[in-house]
Design a protein around this ligand. Structure first.
Ligand code: ATP
Length: 314
């Protein structure tokens, strides 16, 4: 079932009474990937994380994490994964360093290992100056960095981050996102739950969009954007050649929708990326000068709202 993936689910379903929190979710996350679980409040993201760590049992369907079964091997999985919950509890009376050292000991590291790993993480998370201060004095962003560092104490192979930037200002959010990218560069696989679309677009290789427990779209942000609406290409030509450029492109690709309502622009909807050079070569052969080519791609936010709208119209 695993096929090189670190997280695999097959029709994973969890019901609470009448409510389907997760409904027949099938997905696979590759090693080293940052995979986003996107969805509104209540879409089922936290339920998915709890199922994958063996903290909940599925109503039906199966999951595999690092080749293990969350139902049977929960403790072994949790020894090799890190989880950042939405509201991580830190001991406010201890310093950042003391918090990390304490949890390192809980994870079974020796005294020396705990000190060494704490030093590494304090440095890596940019807290060298403030590591000796009580956590009660920290900003929310610093608390979140310490909480994230704590999930890394035992060098987990997979990190589950549940809304890691919720409640943080843009600067602190950016710092946490940069840490996620740095952790991925060190080889950690990351499953990131978020409803922050900008964040998903910035850090995720692929995302699954969850709506009422179901996956309604799956792919890279770029793939999802093309699925919802093919990218629009704008080709800027000399105004004198606009009409001949448009008719040449129509001859090459009669299936495309062309708009020529502006003086110098030919807008093309539905042109595959691989066909752009073909069109440009044809224009050059007819000696039609091209000044600029731009691609108008939907953002993940546009995609998300379009998908949501589709769901509502069903
Ligand atoms: P949020 O972004 O608000 O954290 P989420 O996407 O993580 O939301 P979940 O917490 O997984 O969503 O919840 C999915 C659905 O399951 C919600 O309707 C929630 O009320 C319900 N639910 C989750 N846990 C329980 C529980 N222990 N008992 C009953 N219902 C639950």
């Amino acid at each position: 079932m695993s096929d090189g993936a670190t997280v695999v689910t097959d029709l994973l379903t969890r019901q609470f009474g009448e409510r389907l929190a997760l409904d027949s979710v099938t997905l696979s996350v590759s090693a080293g990937e940052v995979f986003g679980l996107l969805g509104h409040n209540g879409a089922g993201k936290t339920t998915a994380v709890r199922l994958l760590n063996g903290l909940l049992t599925p109503t039906s369907g199966v999951a595999q994490v690092l080749g293990l079964s969350p139902v049977d091997d929960g403790p072994q999985i949790r020894a090799r994964t890190g989880v950042l919950t939405e509201t991580p509890a830190l001991d406010d009376r201890l310093t950042g360093r003391e918090n990390l050292r304490f949890f390192a000991r809980v994870f079974g590291l020796s005294r020396e290992e705990a000190t060494q790993r704490t030093d590494e993480l304090i440095e890596m998370f940019g807290l060298s100056d403030r590591g000796g201060e009580q956590v009660a004095m920290y900003s929310r962003g610093m608390r979140q960095r310490i909480a994230l560092a704590r999930t890394m104490l035992h060098k987990p192979e997979i990190l589950f981050l549940d809304e890691p930037t919720s409640g943080l200002d843009p600067v602190a959010s950016r710092q946490v996102q940069d840490m996620v990218i740095a952790l991925q560069n060190q080889g950690t696989t990351i499953l990131l739950c978020t409803h922050n679309l900008e964040e998903a677009e910035r850090v995720c290789n692929r995302v699954a969009v969850l709506e009422q427990g179901r996956v309604i779209a799956l792919g890279s942000p770029r793939e999802l954007a093309s699925e919802v609406s093919p990218p629009q290409i704008e080709i800027e030509v000399d105004p004198a050649h606009k009409e001949s450029a448009a008719s040449l492109i129509s001859e090459l690709h009669p299936e495309l929708i062309l708009k020529t309502d502006e003086e110098t622009l030919v807008r093309i909807e539905g042109l595959a990326r691989s066909d752009i050079p073909v069109v440009l070569r044809a224009l050059a052969l007819r000696e039609i000068d091209v000044y600029q080519v731009t691609s108008q791609q939907l953002s993940l936010e546009d995609v998300y709202f379009a998908l949501h709208q589709r769901m509502m119209e069903r």
